[in-house]
Design a protein around this ligand. Structure first.
Ligand code: ASP
Ligand code: MG
Length: 409
């Protein structure tokens, strides 16, 4: 018998029929002898609908009241699912975040979980109940309802798993696991049996939107085995866990990409102490996040070219700021390109293998793809290329590293 936390996302509970199907699924797991705590999201589209209603009242609704409103989406689902379970003879109890005491800070709309009082849930489990908990919400120490930010139900599930020391946290969603890359770009993409927390964090932050990043961080921190699997199809999904000792490790786990990048360059900036700070200080002050940075010596040896990337939405604002500061520093020119993308190879197997980056560059060269920027970390190599090469680059790399098959390091 295992204690399992299951989370069903909005599409999995998107209609009365789907909620009934989830109830059947839960009963099946219970019949195998498992104890279950089930976390649910609002029915698909519901959170957006509520946001629309709030928008009709005020252009900037009070964050506290917005949380009171948004929390109703999940509250409806817990009641409906519990009714469906009870109707089928399965004892169930629904709880809001506040009721199971998911204590958060008071940052409305993006609150962080501080602690969970697991006693009430444990008592229900001991009484053979399925416990159904509203995702995405909690309560601050003054009793105000808070929400955890969009996609926050994943985090609720992981936090409950950590608090209850569950054997596994299962995230049921509309995809059947984590893939080597986006199957819409590379139809030969393969579902991974397992991936490490570190790799998953890289994949998630690089734009593979299967799980909320915060949930993956939380699971890694508390060592909660996390599994992503489909609500609609049978299968084992993908297990996210730590590298097991002696386990064969894939060389490359996946190729992540990000289409939302833009590049800004100041050419011919005097090469002096403080240049990076003078350029990036005002960018940071404008709340623009910088990703890659490259500074290289210009041909004259006295000046430097300074390039960095930002989110595409911040491109025009960033360009304006850069024109101002670079002008003041005597730069010769400021140029920008909002049509770039980042492609990254991710794999913990890289740590023990040389030559990954050079095969990556060779592959891109063969396809005639010009690399604009490069950055590396212990388990990742990223390149910036022109947007039009995204699909070609991803497919070529998928083939070079044989990601359609299991290749171990
Ligand atoms: N219902 C919330 C949202 O749509 C939370 C979640 O689904 O995880 O973002
Ligand atoms: Mg969701």
């Amino acid at each position: 018998m295992a204690l399992i936390i299951q989370k069903y996302g909005g599409t999995s509970v998107g209609s009365p029929e789907k909620i009934q199907a989830v109830a059947e699924k839960i009963i099946g797991y219970r019949a195998q002898g498992h104890q279950l705590v089930v976390v649910v999201s609002a029915m698909s589209g519901e959170t957006d609908r509520l946001l629309g209603l709030a928008g009709a009242m005020s252009e900037r609704p009070t964050p506290r009241e917005l949380d009171v409103l948004l929390a109703t989406g999940e509250q409806a689902t817990i009641a409906l699912l519990s009714m469906a379970l009870e109707e089928r003879g399965c004892p169930a109890r629904s709880y809001t975040g506040a009721q199971v005491h998911i204590l958060t800070d008071n940052a409305h709309n993006k609150a962080r979980i501080r602690e969970i009082d697991a006693d009430r849930v444990a008592a229900d489990l001991a009484a053979q109940h399925v416990v159904v908990v509203a995702g995405f919400q909690g309560v601050d120490d003054k009793g105000n309802i808070t929400t955890l930010g969009r996609g926050g139900s994943d985090t609720t599930a992981v936090a409950l798993a950590a608090a209850l020391k569950a054997d596994e946290c299962q995230i049921f969603t509309d995809v059947d696991g984590v893939y080597t890359t986006d199957p819409r770009v590379e139809p030969d993409a393969r579902r991974l049996e397992r991936i490490t927390f570190e790799e998953m964090l890289e994949m998630a932050s690089l734009g593979s939107k299967v799980l909320q990043i915060r949930a993956v961080e939380f699971a890694g921190k508390y060592n909660v085995p996390l599994r992503v699997l489909s609500s609609f199809e049978e299968g084992d999904g993908t297990l996210i866990t730590y590298e097991a000792e002696g386990m064969e490790q894939a060389l490359i786990s996946g190729i992540a990409f990000n289409r939302d990048e833009a590049k800004l360059t100041a050419l011919g900036v005097p090469d002096q102490p403080g240049v990076a700070h003078l350029i990036l200080g005002p960018i940071a002050a404008a709340n623009i996040e910088v990703d890659m940075i490259i500074q290289n010596m210009a041909a004259d040896g006295k000046t430097t070219d300074f390039t960095f990337t930002v989110h595409r939405n911040d491109f025009s604002r960033g360009l304006e700021i850069l024109q101002k500061v670079a002008g003041g520093m005597g730069a010769s020119e400021v140029v920008g390109d909002p049509k770039i993308v980042k492609i990254s190879l991710v794999g913990v197997g890289m740590r023990s293998h040389a030559g990954i980056a050079s095969s990556m560059f060779e592959t891109l060269a063969k396809e005639g793809i010009n690399i604009r920027m490069i950055s590396t970390s212990e388990i990742k190599v990223s390149v910036v290329v022109d947007e039009k090469y995204l699909e070609l680059g991803v497919r070529a790399l998928h083939e070079t590293f044989q990601l359609d098959q299991v290749v171990t390091a």
